[in-house]
Design a protein around this ligand. Structure first.
Ligand SMILES: C[S@@+](CC[C@H](N)C(=O)[O-])C[C@H]1O[C@@H](n2cnc3c(N)ncnc32)[C@H](O)[C@@H]1O
Length: 471
């Protein structure tokens, strides 16, 4: 089912009513009763506790790995996770390709590329799609050219007048002291003015966007960008450092290639900017007819995290967004894991008889009296997040099933979350939705338990939900 959120007129979206506090009646189970319901339900599910996978759900390994280290994408997983999965699960047929419908910084795609496996990534955020695309096209640029162009950009002192993008954060001297935001913009314009290839400009732009945290007091901290005073460096120095990391990796990879240690034949890797809930039609539009042997990804978790907010400086400074209206439209196309905008309502679980049990569980969570303090904004917003999130899970899994080969695997890496004192077990609900649409649930591998800030909520699992398609 195609959901075109971008086209919903503002008046229609804003008129969507939030549930009022009065609607949350105590007829619905409280959080401890829901804990019991889930404990009972989970006894019949194939949970496997395996904390040896825990570190693989973090970006840490990527910080020192060639190509992966070009940009700190905190929410990404380790490339070693992809290796471990490929070692463990046999993909159907020798020519199976891999799909990551939430490709973020491109971890899955780069790891697949290294093993000679073709892959496709879908990503809604244009900055993240750019990041994944450039990293997976590392072989298209010569390090010597990049080095030469870097020095010409750094020497360019002609600065035709240019206005900073409208984003207020970029105008805030507290975050960007000493004119650093203006300086970043000048460097970006100097890159765009160079009479060199588009590829060279893209690599330099990536290095520039990776510099934002080096030159500002902004720090990505969970779902917020926070002020964090620390040592920062001037933008030219940051751009130079970041480009040199890229050049170093390219030189090493070329050398390995000459020694025959790098895969001589680089497999096809595509990164498409698109919505994972429209997977089939997006792939059709790009003339990708493949069915995939493995669909491996980590969607946004139901934890109020909004990627368009966290990566707003990269989006605006990179020129991927030019107005607040475009920003809002991007938000409206993101997975409904956050309450940053009023998403149109859908009723996918409600309208599907096979999903009755899941629908009732989701409704019990959405109406749980412990979802937030009475009268709080959280109490009004969390039910919308929960309902929207699991409708989106249904939409994405339906689409993935269409593009999965028989005997192929879907592996969804997801974390549970807390809303007020309500524990939202995303792994369990995703497992139930997958089963209800006809996928075989192979296992729910629990890789980590994260401490919740609420005493009343148990530790939050982070799991791999593994499905296989049998027909
Ligand atoms: C957890 S991150 C993926 C990180 C990735 N595994 C990595 O290692 O870099 C989730 C990604 O989903 C993207 N996303 C959100 N809504 C989406 C949608 N509707 N379709 C496709 N991607 C979406 C976000 O922009 C974000 O980059």
């Amino acid at each position: 089912m195609k959901q075109d959120y971008s086209l919903a007129p503002k008046s229609e979206i804003d008129s969507t009513e939030f549930e009022t506090v009065a609607d949350v009646v105590p007829l619905y189970p409280n959080s401890s009763q829901l804990n019991e319901t889930f404990a009972e339900l989970e006894r019949s599910l194939p949970f496997v506790e395996d904390e040896s996978w825990g570190n693989l759900l973090r970006f840490t390994d990527n910080l020192t790995a060639p190509l992966h280290r070009w940009f700190l994408f905190k929410e990404g997983y380790s490339y070693k996770l992809v290796d471990k999965i490929l070692d463990r699960f046999d993909l159907p047929g020798k020519s199976s390709a891999i799909l990551d419908p939430f490709s973020g910084s491109g971890t899955t795609l780069l790891a697949a590329q290294k093993r000679g496996i073709p892959s496709v990534g879908l990503e809604i955020n244009p900055f993240a799609a750019f990041l994944g695309r450039i990293k997976t096209q590392w072989y298209r640029i010569e390090p010597e050219i990049l080095e030469k162009e870097l020095s010409l950009v750094l020497q360019d002192n002609e600065h035709p007048p240019a206005n900073l993008p409208a984003l207020s954060t970029l105008h805030n001297n507290k975050y960007f002291p000493n004119g650093h935001a203006d300086e970043l913009l000048k460097l970006r314009n100097a890159i765009l003015r160079r009479p060199c290839s588009q590829e060279t400009k893209d690599f330099l732009l990536l290095a520039l966007l990776a510099s934002i945290e080096d030159v500002s007091y902004l720090h990505k901290d969970g779902r917020l960008l926070r002020f964090f005073q620390r040592d920062i460096i001037p933008p030219k120095e940051a751009l130079s450092n970041r480009t040199k990391i890229i050049i170093e990796d390219l030189e090493n990879l070329i050398q390995q290639d000459e020694n025959g240690t790098q895969n001589p034949c680089i497999p096809q890797t595509n990164v498409i900017q698109g919505d994972a809930r429209d997977l089939d039609s997006v792939l059709d539009q790009h003339e990708i007819s493949d069915q995939f042997g493995l669909i491996l990804y980590s969607p946004p978790y139901p934890n109020n995290f909004d990627y368009s907010e966290i990566y707003k400086c990269e989006l605006w400074l990179g020129g991927f967004l030019n107005s607040y209206e475009e920003w809002r439209n991007l938000r409206l196309r993101t997975f409904r894991s956050h309450p940053s905008c009023s998403f149109p309502e859908t009723h996918c679980l409600k309208d599907n008889v096979a999903l009755r049990e899941v629908y009732q569980l989701v409704e019990k969570m959405a109406k749980c009296p412990d979802i937030g303090e009475p009268g709080s904004r959280a109490r009004v917003r969390a039910p919308k997040v929960i309902r929207g999130y699991f409708d989106d899970v249904y939409l994405m899994l339906e689409q993935q099933k269409i593009r999965l080969k028989t005997s192929g695997y879907i592996i969804c890496v997801v974390g549970n979350s807390r809303h007020g004192n309500l524990h939202v077990r995303a792994d369990t609900i995703i497992a139930k939705i997958g089963q209800a649409i006809g996928l075989e649930l192979v296992e729910i591998r629990v890789a980590r338990h994260r401490q919740s800030r609420s005493q009343q909520v148990q530790k939050l699992r982070e799991s791999l939900v593994v499905f296989q398609k049998n027909n």
